[in-house]
Design a binder for this molecule. Structure first.
Ligand code: NDP
Ligand code: DGY
Length: 319
């Protein structure tokens, strides 16, 4: 039987690229070879599967595809795929939940702790030779232990963040979502609150929703206006969930204490007014970026693709 064709649209671990090349006709999209959209349009014409991450895929890129069965994304988030278009074409989408949950929760906590205790700002201050006497009240941070942690989106990652707060820091956990989730919330005594109440009563607010039409700009000026002056805000979900200009103003005006951000409206981000502020800690979308977790994501995405293309079902189909 003829081999099926697979398009690799971003880098994947060498081990899985090699396996793909053995099992399929593998076409690699290479940014060095010019226009990516044109490369994809040509490559997908006779492709059955696609695997990769970090590229927008919609009608413009995929309209030439005649046999495409599945896109396997090496990510849990799938907001950069035109879901309506894929569904209209009967193209399946698989993703990589669970294997990155704990690592991403660790990232959220790194941001929460470093923003609260001003780790980055005081690291720079120390290296600059400013430590001539003991720090003064202007440099004090915020206590974490025993405070209220408000989670927006009690999904897999939101729950893992909450668990750390409850068991590790004796925190009072509040959460907001589309619906109450008692079976998860009871594990760490979390209380469901309307969004406004969560924002106005939490000491720490962490955004862990997926990006969808309902969560776009979920946190805008009106929501920052509700937060407490000592609140620390963390976003590990997607940049577009937060109105970045409103966040900037809230930080500039010391309307909230600090923020920790792993995701931004524009990525990669090389310039931003946020970079000028001391009360924000920024990381370059590293939520899942450990070797073990990225390996697990690559493996799962590879398995999803192969299962679907060999007549079985991918482990984690979005649809
Ligand atoms: P889940 O699907 O388990 O969690 C998403 C949560 O968001 C669910 O609880 C969902 O509610 C909630 N949600 C969705 N829409 C709304 C809404 N309108 N209002 C309130 N809550 C809503 O996914 P994960 O926890 O695995 O991942 C979450 C997101 O984190 C990913 O989609 C991705 O964007 C981001 N992420 C970022 C990483 C990084 O590197 N910074 C790494 C990994 C993930 P419900 O339970 O009702 O479905
Ligand atoms: C995810 O898996 O959604 C992370 O954001 C990495 O892209």
């Amino acid at each position: 039987m003829d081999k099926k064709t697979v398009v690799l649209f971003s880098g994947i671990r060498a081990e899985y690229e090699q396996k793909l090349a053995e099992q399929f006709n593998l076409i690699k999209i290479n940014p060095k070879l010019g226009n990516i959209t044109e490369q994809i349009q040509n490559a997908v014409k006779h492709a059955h599967g696609m695997i990769g991450a970090g590229r927008y895929l919609g009608e413009e890129q995929l309209h030439t595809a005649e046999n495409l069965e599945i896109i396997s994304t090496v990510s849990v988030g799938y907001d950069n795929y035109d879901v309506d278009y894929l569904k209209s074409r009967g193209i399946h989408l698989a993703h990589t939940p669970h294997v990155l949950t704990e690592t991403t929760a660790d990232t959220a906590w790194s941001l929460l702790m470093s923003a609260s205790r001003r780790v980055v700002e005081l690291d720079k201050w120390t290296r600059a030779g400013e430590w001539k006497k003991t720090v003064a009240a202007e440099q004090f941070g915020m206590d974490i232990f025993g405070k209220r942690l408000g989670i927006i989106g009690l999904g897999n990652i939101g729950a893992a963040i909450a668990r750390r707060g409850f068991y590790g820091f004796n925190m009072d956990i509040a959460y907001y979502g589309r619906k109450e989730k008692p079976e998860i919330a009871n594990q760490f005594n979390a209380q469901y609150l309307p969004l406004d109440e969560l924002l106005s009563t939490s000491d720490f607010i962490v955004v862990a929703v997926d990006l969808n039409p309902h969560t776009q700009n979920l946190i805008s000026k009106a929501q920052f206006d509700l937060m407490q002056k000592h609140a620390v805000f963390v976003n590990i979900s997607r940049g577009a969930v937060v109105d970045e200009q409103a966040l900037y103003q809230a930080l500039l005006n010391k309307q909230i204490f600090a923020a920790g951000l792993d995701v931004f409206q524009k990525e990669p981000l090389t310039e931003s007014a946020l970079f000028e502020l001391d009360n924000v800690v920024v990381t370059p979308h590293i939520g899942s970026a450990t070797q073990a977790t990225r390996d697990a994501m690559n493996k799962l995405a590879y398995e999803n693709l192969v299962l679907q293309l060999t007549g079985k079902q991918a482990k984690y189909l979005v649809f």
